[in-house]
Write a protein that binds this ligand. Structure first.
Ligand SMILES: NC(=O)c1ccc[n+]([C@@H]2O[C@H](COP(=O)([O-])OP(=O)(O)OC[C@H]3O[C@@H](n4cnc5c(N)ncnc54)[C@H](O)[C@@H]3O)[C@@H](O)[C@H]2O)c1
Ligand SMILES: O=P(O)(O)OC[C@H](O)CO
Length: 313
């Protein structure tokens, strides 16, 4: 919707032909983004070749755990030179512990790709409300080219040459938001939430730097900015999951009642493992991973965090 607002001719690809037809007929994606009217002229198709024909860029807005499976499907339909890929996924791949750009590099070596990240609830962007985001890629020409395709005054795009920092921020904020939700659900108060969010930024900053990113990226839109949004309340799937867990609901029951992905669930253990491999300790993310797999209760997780040795901030 944002690309269409920016004046681009847009094709929306859906895996299932019946679903594509239903979306086209309804003029909205009632399952994933109800209430957001698709602009006239937007092509909805299950034919990936048709969707990619003449494309200047391809935005991949699939959950992080499904990005790898999507990439080989694109390959037969990519022109030469191939359009750059814009990665919206915020997470770490389970098993490989790879971040989205690393998954692309592994499956489609040499493909031009950028990370799109920041505090951006899809329903607000779809409604045309003001927002800012980061386009992160090492290549300045690629950043500029993609920003020219996607930016409008309401959707303010900043470039970043720190894709690692942007990816770590996008992945970690989901996990920390689960923690923030859990303290709210458990009635532990706003002070505790603010402490977790702030120390969460310290965690994502440490990991980003260990992986070659920069500390200032952690303080920007794709780090602190997205965490502020995500941890602000139940509009976030990650925070609302945390709230439910904090209230004592079972993870499986909460997930069973949901349509869209809650990225922090799969990402928490993968992020912690990636950090451990880099020699970085992430106490809050570790507590979330333990909470999700039933090793800790919210109370025990909080007690563990509070009993850590005192040190300077
Ligand atoms: N929703 C948001 O506000 C928002 C904003 C910024 C970034 N993101 C990130 O973008 C990614 C996707 O989020 P979302 O909210 O669109 O998720 P979602 O679960 O609501 O929708 C995912 C979409 O991907 C499709 N999909 C699922 N599995 C697939 C597969 N195996 N192959 C192809 N398509 C598949 C689904 O049909 C659906 O259209 C996540 O990493 C999320 O963190 C989401
Ligand atoms: O609803 P969430 O928690 O997946 O967050 C969505 C976006 O990542 C916010 O920027």
């Amino acid at each position: 919707l944002q690309a269409a607002r920016a004046g681009r001719q847009v094709a929306l690809w859906a895996r299932d032909a019946d679903r594509a037809a239903a979306i086209a007929a309804a003029g909205e994606n009632a399952r994933y983004l109800p209430g957001a009217a698709l602009p006239p002229g937007l092509l909805v198709t299950a034919d990936l070749g048709a969707a990619l024909a003449g494309a200047e860029a391809a935005i991949l807005a699939v959950p992080a755990q499904h990005l790898r499976a999507m990439l080989p499907r694109l390959l037969p339909h990519l022109a030469d030179p191939a359009p750059p890929l814009v990665l919206a996924a915020k997470g770490v791949e389970r098993g490989t512990l790879l971040l989205p750009l690393e998954v692309v590099a592994a499956v489609l070596p040499g493909a031009a790709a950028a990370v799109l990240s920041g505090p951006n609830f899809a329903h607000e962007v779809a409604a045309g409300l003001p927002a800012a985001a980061v386009l992160a890629a090492a290549d300045p020409a690629l950043r500029e080219r993609l920003a020219a395709l996607l930016a409008t005054p309401e959707f303010r795009l900043y470039g970043s040459d720190d894709p690692m920092g942007a990816q770590v921020g996008g992945a970690a904020k989901n996990v920390i938001a689960i923690a923030a939700g859990a303290v709210i659900g458990a009635g532990l108060g706003e002070n505790a939430r603010a402490a977790l969010v702030t120390r969460g930024v310290a965690e994502l900053s440490r990991l980003a730097m260990a992986l070659g990113g920069r500390a200032e990226t952690a303080a920007g839109l794709s780090g602190l900015g997205d965490l502020l949004l995500t941890a602000s309340g139940p509009a976030s799937r990650n925070t609302s999951l945390g709230i439910a867990l904090g209230r004592g609901e079972a993870l499986a029951a909460v997930l069973a009642g949901r349509v869209g992905v809650t990225e922090g669930v799969a990402t928490a253990p993968a992020l912690v493992a990636r950090a451990a491999a880099a020699g970085v300790e992430l106490p809050i993310c570790e507590a979330v991973a333990a909470l999700l797999d039933g090793r800790l209760t919210v109370a025990a997780a909080m007690a563990r965090l509070l009993s850590r040795p005192r040190r300077d901030e």
